[in-house]
Design a protein around this ligand. Structure first.
Ligand code: HEM
Length: 222
């Protein structure tokens, strides 16, 4: 770890994020294996369709727990839009789609990230609820169960599409992001570029943790 790196995430945040991410990926893969004949080889690799379904269902329960902690942990910072700055950011698409001289500064998460969080939170809950009903189809009216299949597929398409954008922006699309999810330490330049307002807030509140430096007493901005 280099001196001057900034702590962006703590261990709990990283465990929750990876639990959500890995269970979500396993669900996508096993779900595809059940849905399409051309992906049936995934079931063959897991000992047949019956065990594939078990892996999917229990990964779904794990995902549900991870989702609960994700929502509890991030909804304040990523689940609520703050105006007018978020609207100003949306008007220029965060500077991602065309050249913008100065991208409006927003809180810890930008509106794009908030949209992703809300999609994962909203559709995640739908996936768990519809999945549970589909797990015990004979306990519910047939019409309800049929609608659950439709909603489950819709949730999959939405989360799967968002996931690729998230994967790109969390890695090569915005270099320096991935360490936030591995070690938790990022460069000051990355925080300044990605979360300038958050950096200022942490400096003002004395909550900024810098590698190799004593934590500054409250109120000192250095
Ligand atoms: C496996 C590949 C993944 C990588 C490399 C990755 C990377 C990241 C990074 C770097 C951040 C922090 C961004 C920042 O602070 O600016 C983040 C946040 C987040 N990740 Fe992931 N992630 C992955 C998978 C997932 C999956 C599968 C989900 C959900 C099902 C997910 C949900 C979230 C959420 C909700 C946030 C916080 C808010 C946001 O950025 O929208 N991640 N991820």
């Amino acid at each position: 770890m280099k001196k001057g790196m900034i702590k962006a995430t703590d261990a709990f945040e990283r465990v929750v994020h990876w639990s959500l991410a890995l269970s979500c990926l396993l669900l996508c893969i096993t779900g595809l294996g059940m849905m399409f004949h051309s992906f049936n080889f995934i079931g063959d690799m897991m000992g047949g369709l019956r065990s594939l379904k078990y892996v999917h269902n229990f990964a779904g329960l794990f995902f549900g727990v991870a989702l609960y902690f994700t929502i509890r942990m991030w909804w304040k910072e990523a689940g609520v839009f703050s105006f007018p700055e978020d609207l100003d950011w949306i008007k220029v698409a965060g500077g991602y789609l065309w050249h913008v001289d100065k991208v409006p500064e927003v809180g810890k998460y930008n509106p794009g990230q908030k949209a992703f969080f809300l999609a994962v939170a909203g559709f995640g809950v739908i996936m768990v609820l519809t999945g549970l009903i589909m797990w015990f189809p004979l306990s519910f009216p047939a019409m309800l169960v049929r609608w659950m299949f439709v909603l489950h597929a819709l949730g999959f398409v939405t989360i799967f599409a968002f996931f690729f954008v998230h994967l790109y922006l969390g890695t090569i699309g915005s270099p320096g992001s991935a360490p936030a999810m591995f070690s938790g330490w990022v460069t000051r330049a990355w925080v300044k570029k990605q979360h300038p307002k958050w950096l200022k807030e942490m400096e003002e509140h004395g909550t900024l943790v810098v590698y190799g430096e004593e934590k500054k007493p409250h109120g000192h901005t250095g």
